[in-house]
Design a protein around this ligand. Structure first.
Ligand code: RIB
Length: 309
């Protein structure tokens, strides 16, 4: 019943700003803080906080950030035996600005994440037999992701890809190896080549991605909920009304909780609700990993949502 998460681990350097800077603009911010982050690490922590065994495969630098990142993963309950330490480069760092509506812009220095290759692939191979669900993202070299997908494809586990940070042209072969793809609107737009900004265009994008070979497409729509599409059915999962403070890691929370639901044998509809609940709780708090929901608040909101349906 475990989950394996393969991908990036970052330390986030966050500045709160009144508005996101445009090209050439310097914005005076209010507050600065650091938080443990990285899309894959966030997903692993989201899983661990919901109480399912989870293994992280990735790489950090041999620096103080790397130590903090590893310790934090362990503290959250993530098995870090598949995380290697790079002696030659720094840990991944993300420079993040968050505006007063909770929207964000992120630039990453991949550092150790960019060196993920054979060593991590063999860790992945070692851990894969434990996995019911595997989560991938794209903050690490694409050729490594492709190799890991080839390994995972021959197993019985469900393969979920969060195609972020988005790369507009992904290899055709990649789509055929993925069971479930989970872009947000911006990522979906870049993958399909037209603007995805609501349910109608999400449906068109899903159809494009099905044609590329993905069985299940989930497009997260932020405050508009999420769209689900498979060969059998498509539906819209309505948003959960919360006060938005910081949207960083909302997608990671969605992916983590969605994976936990599948690992526990829940239906895809239930898994969508689990993802939405985790995403909604995450945006009410600041920072990436510090904002991920604990079991108690997660199951409380889940029960409220189930009752109201
Ligand atoms: O999805 C949010 C994450 O994206 C941040 O934690 C940051 O590290 C970037 O990778």
């Amino acid at each position: 019943m475990s989950v394996v998460v393969f991908g990036s681990i970052n330390l986030d350097l966050v500045v709160e700003v009144p508005h996101l800077p445009i090209k050439g603009e310097t914005v005076i911010g209010n507050r600065f803080f650091t938080a443990t982050g990285g899309k894959a690490a966030n997903q692993a922590v989201a899983v661990a906080k919901l109480g399912i065994p989870v293994y992280s495969v990735g790489r950090v630098g041999n620096d103080s950030f790397g130590q903090v990142l590893l310790e934090n993963l362990k503290f959250a309950g993530v098995d870090t035996s598949g995380v290697t330490i790079d002696p030659n480069t720094h840990s991944g760092v993300a420079s993040i600005v968050v505006d007063n509506r909770g929207d964000n812009a992120i630039a990453c220095a991949a550092g150790a994440n960019s060196q993920i290759r054979e060593q991590e692939l063999s860790e992945f191979q070692r851990l894969l037999p434990q996995a019911k669900v595997v989560l991938f993202e794209l903050g690490i070299p694409l050729p490594t992701v492709m190799e890991a997908l080839k390994i995972a494809k021959d197993s019985d586990c469900t393969i979920i890809l969060d195609p972020a940070p988005v790369q507009s042209r992904l290899p055709d072969e990649l789509y055929q190896m993925v069971d479930i793809i989970t872009p947000n609107e911006i990522e979906a737009s870049q993958l399909v080549g037209f603007t995805v900004d609501g349910i109608t265009t999400a449906r068109q994008a899903a159809s494009f991605l099905h044609q590329m070979g993905v069985k299940i497409v989930i497009i997260t729509l932020g405050s508009k909920g999420a769209f689900f599409s498979s060969e059998e059915e498509s539906f819209w999962a309505k948003p959960i009304n919360v006060k938005v403070l910081d949207t960083v890691a909302a997608g990671d929370a969605f992916n983590g909780a969605f994976a936990v639901a599948l690992a526990e044998g829940k239906s895809l509809r239930e898994a969508m609700l689990w993802g939405n609940v985790a995403g909604a709780l995450t945006v009410t708090k600041q920072g990436a990993q510090p904002s991920l929901p604990d079991r108690e608040s997660f199951f409380q909101l889940l029960a409220e949502q189930e009752e109201s349906d």
